[in-house]
Design a protein around this ligand. Sequence first.
Ligand code: KG4
Ligand code: ZN
Length: 364
Amino acid sequence: PTAPLVLGIESSCDETGFGIVRGTELLANAVASSMEEHVRFGGVIPEIAARAHLEEFVPTLQQALVTAGVTLADLDAIAVTSGPGLAGALMVGVAGAKALSLATGKPLYGINHLVAHVGVGVLDEVLGGEASVVGNNRATLPASLGALLVSGGHTEILRVNRLTSDVELLGSTIDDAAGEAYDKVARLLGAGYPGGPVIDRLAQTGDPTAFRFPRGLSAPKFVGTAEEPGKHRHDWSFSGLKTAVARCVEQFEAAGVPDEEIPTADIAASFQEAVADVITSKAVRACQEHGLDHLLLGGGVAANSRLRGLLAERCAAAGIELTVPPVRLCTDNGAMVAALGAQLMADGVEPSGLDFAADPGQPV
Ligand code: KG4
Ligand code: ZN
């Protein structure tokens, strides 16, 4: 029997994504983004994102079908992100997916967005070495692994015992997401939006040791010991870091330093170093203490040069195999939803039916 043909739909934030897979083979990954409509606000506006999903739903679906060379009638199942994410944005995808399921009679799976970021790891093109930073050459994703998800909306470390049935949250940010911290610091430095790419670029010419910014929740009282873990051993916090950067800029201003002479590249590089340091050290520790010898990186911040570099270095030192999907599969997309849907089908998991609701706060 041939592997199932699955359509995946993603609309949890500002990307409208339709992906089509046959088992672990990626056939199409069409993405429309409303990012540019949010630029002048310096952040994603939920109402604008939801309207953009509505406008892009049919054209992006058509694009995916044409690219894959299939019709809706050929599908074996439909999968859609049901949460977590922005309520209005999720509702567009879920309502559209239910309508497609009802009209075609194809089974429908409601999918957790965070688990879908891990699900992308089963795709043939993610494995096999070329895409992965460490260059592991495995044919399949191991059943048990850690997943580090860093984006504008979330920052989590997951323990995956079995992708389709047993995923556990080990730690997460207690305030801002990592990408959100990038966006806020970029605004502070007057560097533009989205903050990630601009800070990453600015940091290339700066000195990462110029300023020592705080690594949140790294004090012994939060971390504890392996035997007696502190309450936030595997958690992150980025609000103190953001405040420290703001104070740093204010000090230059108070000293009468003209704006153009403030060392923004050094500040950006030092900020980026603090983010990459605390994210990677905590992720590696979580893997070690939970016996996970494989880590998958996902989310838009996976595009960050320093994070990728430092994570590769620290994983190698700890004997942890690392999989880093190509950036277009790390940012929000429909292919990851389709990939997880195909795995659920292959594992004989019952479809969700038409009764489930979009759930903005859906846990893993
Ligand atoms: O996964 P994603 O496309 O959407 C969600 O937020 O779910 O991630 C977007 C985030 C933004 O906050 C953006 O600033 C960040 O990823 N980002 C980066 C880089 N490229 C994008 N952050 C750091 N360095 C980058 N090179
Ligand atoms: Zn995401």
